[in-house]
Design a protein around this ligand. Structure first.
Ligand code: ADP
Ligand code: ADP
Length: 229
């Protein structure tokens, strides 16, 4: 498992301070980034996966500067970015592919090894029986589970998810979070998941990092929240 270290991270968008001097470290954990809308969660995740550059500070994975490459980080978004018209299987399979390889896969030219990895990832998220269904025919929760499978297929060292259950009803949200946690644990991958729902966070997190107005408000482990009897 990997160690993610965020040190003195700040991000300005013009006059807006989205992040201010945020530091934390997560290691072998399923960590939750908690905060209201506007707290800076997306900005922090975007800095980690290289979609935006911080104004100040540094981010490392196992003591090396993070590059944001696909094999390093598996990303799951609030609105899935799947190809609607093809099967769950092809979507999972193409998680790690460029356009050429993707077209080859759609022509069924995949390697046996790639096929097995995609099917294993779909099994992890409980969708093996639905692997041939088109994504457009699936429920929102199932689509998010395909997104998790797609991220897993890349064999990433870090899983990041930005509000992965924000658009789901409470029951589907719990189901998807359960599979996300299972996926991280089974694949021994450190995960950082942003959420605004405290009850869901409390149910699934090992560590809780709270953000407010771009500042870190708290950083506590699950044990620290359990009163001693
Ligand atoms: P969320 O709260 O789910 O992170 P936002 O609505 O804050 O979503 O942001 C959605 C997108 O809009 C992001 O790409 C973010 O960088 C961008 N964004 C958010 N606020 C602003 C803003 N004030 N000006 C320009 N872009 C913004
Ligand atoms: P969250 O994900 O917790 O909702 P964000 O990281 O999206 O928070 O936003 C943090 C702050 O930064 C907000 O005030 C938002 O409006 C602002 N912001 C985010 N993205 C941009 C952007 N691209 N341009 C300008 N302001 C932005």
């Amino acid at each position: 498992m990997s160690t993610l270290k965020v040190e003195n991270l700040s991000k300005q968008y013009g006059d807006v301070t989205a992040l201010e001097d945020v530091s934390f470290q997560i290691e072998d954990e399923f960590a939750v980034l908690l905060g209201e809308s506007g707290a800076g969660k997306s900005t922090l995740l975007r800095c980690i996966n290289g979609l935006t550059d911080p104004t100040e500070g540094s981010i490392s994975l196992d003591d090396e500067p993070i590059t944001g490459s696909q094999t390093e980080i598996g990303m799951i978004f609030q609105q899935h970015n799947l190809v609607d018209g093809v099967s769950a299987y092809l979507n999972a399979l193409t998680g790690s592919l460029n356009r050429v390889s993707m077209l080859k896969s759609m022509l069924q030219w995949q390697s046996r090894e790639d096929k097995l990895r995609a099917l294993e990832a779909l099994e992890t998220v409980g969708l093996l029986d639905e692997s041939h269904q088109r994504v457009s025919q699936m429920s929102g929760g199932q689509q998010q589970r395909v997104g998790i499978a797609r991220a897993l297929v890349q064999d990433p060292r870090l899983l990041l998810a930005d509000e992965p259950v924000a658009s789901l009803d409470p029951s589907s949200a719990e189901t998807v979070m359960g599979y996300l946690r299972k996926a991280a644990k089974e694949h021994d991958v450190t995960a950082l998941v942003s959420l605004h729902q405290v009850n869901i966070a409390a149910h699934f997190g090992d560590r809780f990092i709270g953000l407010r107005d771009g500042r870190k408000l708290f950083d506590v482990g699950r044990d620290e929240l359990t009163p001693e009897l």
